[in-house]
Ligand binder design. Structure first.
Ligand SMILES: Cc1cc2nc3c(=O)[nH]c(=O)nc-3n(C[C@H](O)[C@H](O)[C@H](O)COP(=O)(O)OP(=O)(O)OC[C@H]3O[C@@H](n4cnc5c(N)ncnc54)[C@H](O)[C@@H]3O)c2cc1C
Length: 441
């Protein structure tokens, strides 16, 4: 039996607006489209379809937002994590690259309009995202990034040393990249708000309803079965991500799990908040072994990192790393940092770390492999999946359909090794350029 990291220990579980009331599926229902999995991908697909007047049922094994969508760190940056735009173009080819780039880089327009239109209570703040340059050498990459994103209409700019300090409150960066459209939110509040919006538009959501089988029926449609019920649908979409349990044979082999952890401090006092992230942006410390953080609405700093060696295994040491790193970045933080909340979650990693769209059978597709950039990505994927459900020709979709492809064995250890490699590379480059290293680097 698969076990996932605990969900009810997260900051978001303690602070998100309540979920709409939903019940498990009982008996048989007939609809046009059945969606499996109530994360951002499934919820935004259901929302688009319900708005188009399609009869849609969404089945969720646990509750809306139980997966990555309810437990992530809440950064919503409409970029690609692992690839530059030129790399994506080489990897995906045209027209696929340009279509996906367009959806991903405009994803925050979609996130903010859904939040506005349905008045979703989720602490949404769109004050930008800053990637710091930890040493002078990092500025060349940042300039290239800014030029490639600006060329396709994103609102970003290169910051000099003084500006980056004024925006982030950290004296450690040699410059930075500001993506003005970046935002952050309470991820579970957002997922629950999307669920409410789906229901408001006439979509039906059943929670506590794990899909255990999906079979073709005598009339050419699909019969999607849960323990106590059945949905008969023309088309089925699996959007079960890293939290896939059954549903379709071998779907859980399309990715390997990479753990990541998130922690939240006590609410910081007003004076500290005036100088640490004074513009309420999200910060990425610019290292490949990523440290990303931002405030929640209560003024807690919410930060995330990947486990590595003792980090993530020895919890006292891990808390020390989190505190030392934050205080090094912001020497103005005085006193102890308590990490009141600490939780882990699972990412669905594929060897090409962009979402993977699988054709499982005529009328059945799945989407997994978001590989860690899921708040904007899951939110924009709903637009692609709903277009598929509404019969847009395959050749015109923004993602290429492919046969179900198992993640290669090396993805079990590849991402962790890549992070180690980045750590060593960044340490050497920083040393060579005379920049100090952060603690526990
Ligand atoms: C700790 C953590 C931090 C992260 N931080 C960030 C961040 O700051 N910014 C960012 O952009 N991304 C972040 N991510 C990534 C992002 O959260 C995910 O990529 C995204 O939420 C995935 O959305 P999804 O809809 O594809 O899947 P999920 O949200 O995982 O939803 C899948 C759903 O399918 C359900 N399900 C599974 N099997 C069945 C079945 N058989 N029947 C019915 N239902 C089923 C699950 O219960 C689950 O609710 C983070 C992820 C984690 C885990």
């Amino acid at each position: 039996m698969v076990t996932f990291s605990p969900f009810d220990v997260t900051l978001w579980y303690a602070t998100a607006a309540a979920a709409p009331k939903t019940e498990p599926l009982e008996g048989k229902v007939q609809v046009d489209i059945c969606i499996v999995g109530a994360g951002y991908t499934g919820l935004t697909t259901a929302l688009d379809l319900a708005r188009s007047g399609v009869r849609v049922v969404l089945l969720e094994r646990a509750e809306a937002g139980f997966g990555g969508s309810g437990r992530n760190a809440g950064h919503c940056t409409p970029t690609f994590t692992h690839y530059s735009l030129p790399e994506l173009r080489t990897m995906l080819g045209e027209p696929w690259a340009e279509r996906l780039i367009e959806r991903q880089t405009r994803a925050n327009d979609r996130v903010s309009s859904m939040i506005r239109d349905y008045q979703i209570d989720c602490e949404w703040v769109q004050n930008g995202y800053v990637m710091g340059a930890p040493h002078k050498g990092a500025l060349a990459e940042i300039k290239k990034k800014a030029a490639s994103y600006n060329a396709i209409g994103a609102h970003t700019r290169v910051l000099d040393r003084d500006e980056v300090e004024a925006i982030t409150g950290s004296p450690r960066f040699h410059g930075g990249w500001l993506h003005e459209e970046g935002g952050h939110l309470n991820p579970l509040g957002y997922a629950r708000g999307l669920a409410r919006a789906v229901m408001q538009e006439g979509g039906v959501i059943h929670t506590g309803s794990a899909v255990i089988a999906c079979d073709r029926n005598a009339t050419g449609g699909w019969s999607v079965k849960t323990e106590k019920g059945e949905v008969v649908a023309d088309k089925v979409i699996f959007s079960t991500g890293a939290y896939t349990v059954g549903g379709w044979p071998k779907l859980d082999r399309t990715f390997k799990i990479q753990k990541v952890f998130v922690a939240a401090t006590q609410p910081l006092d007003e004076e500290t908040r005036r100088t640490v992230l004074p513009k309420n942006t999200t910060i990425h410390d610019g290292r490949g072994d990523i440290y990303v953080y931002k405030y929640n609405a209560e003024g807690r700093i919410v930060a995330s990192m990947f486990p590595m060696g003792r980090r993530g295994r020895d919890m006292a040491y891990t808390r020390q790393v989190m505190s030392d790193r934050l205080k090094w970045l912001h020497p103005q933080i005085k006193g102890d940092l308590r990490w009141d909340y600490f939780w882990f979650g699972e990412l669905d990693m594929q060897y090409r770390t962009v979402p993977r769209f699988y054709s499982l059978a005529a009328g059945v597709v799945a989407l997994t492999g978001l590989s860690g950039r899921g708040v904007p990505t899951g939110s924009m994927l709903g637009s692609i999946l709903s277009e598929w459900a509404l019969d847009k020709p395959e050749s015109e979709l923004a993602l290429k359909l492919e046969p179900l492809t198992a993640a290669p064995f090396y993805m079990s250890f590849g991402p962790a090794m890549t992070l180690r490699y980045y750590r060593i590379r960044d340490n050497i480059t920083a040393r060579l350029s005379g920049a100090p290293l952060p603690p526990h680097a």
